[in-house]
Design a protein around this ligand. Sequence first.
Ligand SMILES: Cc1cc2nc3c(=O)[nH]c(=O)nc-3n(C[C@H](O)[C@H](O)[C@H](O)COP(=O)(O)OP(=O)(O)OC[C@H]3O[C@@H](n4cnc5c(N)ncnc54)[C@H](O)[C@@H]3O)c2cc1C
Ligand code: SF4
Length: 450
Amino acid sequence: MAIQNNRLSPIEFEHNFADVHPPFDHAEGAVIEANRCINCYDAPCTKSCPTSIDVPLFIKQISSGNLRGSARTIFSSNIMGGACSKVCPVEKLCEGACVYNFLEEKPIAIAKLQRYATEKAIYGSWNLFERKAQVGKKVAVVGAGPAGLACAHALSLQGIDVTIFEKEAQGGGLMTYGVAAYKVTPQFCKAEVDYITSIGGIDIQYKKELGKDFSLKDLNENYDAVFLGIGVGIARSLEINGEDLEGVVDAISFIYDLRNNDYSKINVGDKVVVIGMGMTAIDAATQSKRLGAKEVTMIYRRTENEKPCTDVEYNLAKLDGCSFIWLAAPKELLGVNGKVQQLVCSKMSLGEPDASGRRSPVDTGETFTIDVDMVIKAAGQIPYKELVNTSSIENKAGRIQINANGSTNMKGIFAGGDAVNGGKEVVNAVQAGKDGAKGILVYLGFQFMV
Ligand SMILES: Cc1cc2nc3c(=O)[nH]c(=O)nc-3n(C[C@H](O)[C@H](O)[C@H](O)COP(=O)(O)OP(=O)(O)OC[C@H]3O[C@@H](n4cnc5c(N)ncnc54)[C@H](O)[C@@H]3O)c2cc1C
Ligand code: SF4
């Protein structure tokens, strides 16, 4: 494996990591696209958005030149509407639901229009929301990811003082440390966090970790309520021999390094294998290729039809020149002098359908071997089980359990986002943060505000 990634020039790195969805380059383009929208009654695009953004309204506001109003419409439902316009899998959400699909025409470019309005607001520091007067209550939020930020913003708007405790040095959660660099830049993530906190009443304490620097008991004693938005952070291991060989890394750490360093400092192999076919696996594979890996092969134990990534992501990996091996599961990693050299895989076949009709992969007993110099494990993430188990919070294998009000079984402690759902998307975490804030307002006796 390369010690220093000097395969590409700075210009090539810049090109490879440039924005995958470029914005409108002039206002006319946005207005022309906005004018295509037919303002559907009971709009399916809005219904398919987990945060229920009023899509026809914000598009109408763009076409009528009311950009401030458009940004306000978006942020009222989704304070991370800027990030979501870049990272949401819109093909399975708003754009996938647009009526134009049924007319066999291109759906309205909702994400691009949303990006147009929100970027203007964020980079122009538009003050679109007024915080209410302080109500004399304080809430602690753990985690400055999408769930924590959305919760903090919704509470602060109502005059509640919020302190966010974040273990990393920057906010944004996996938006900043996980999502592929060609979808969203660290600079944008920072600008968005600054924009969200600019309403006032939100103090982010970085490098402060629950379970290390303070306990849940401390928060319970010092705050009127607590929201846990800690996400799911630990990569699942493959449980096979050779995982500790040099050159075997987990996708989350690989992407974390990529997001925190100069690209030229990121090691990447010549022959990379990525295990998994989800969003994280695709991000790891495409970014390995963009860092200069010669061959990137993705391995999945089921068939192409059952891949968990969207077709858009799959096509991105295909366009980047990645190859795919279906019905294969990692069995063993072999190395020489402590460095990984081969991956042995079991050939799988599909078994009999279970009660739900799903056919699970079954080991055929046959194997094949691939030469590798880097293996990236993207077999999913597991919740912070140990951390959650240090308290009496009800959880299922580390996944925090909440009721319909967003509350855990512990009085005054709420939770949401990946920590509860086990890992979905940014837009789901934002809605969970809003739901948590609503639950907290009711708990604190401010029913009239929700
Ligand atoms: C590689 C990758 C790519 C992805 N790509 C996309 C994408 O393209 N589009 C999309 O919509 N979604 C994507 N996702 C999913 C998305 O990033 C998450 O669903 C979303 O960020 C969840 O938000 P959250 O606030 O619940 O958790 P997180 O974003 O994980 O935020 C949790 C925060 O809590 C902090 N924290 C954790 N433990 C502690 C502690 N003990 N004390 C203090 N702070 C703590 C963490 O540092 C973090 O900042 C991706 C995820 C990964 C891993
Ligand atoms: S479904 Fe498409 S055309 Fe209809 S309101 Fe939504 S974006 Fe406009």
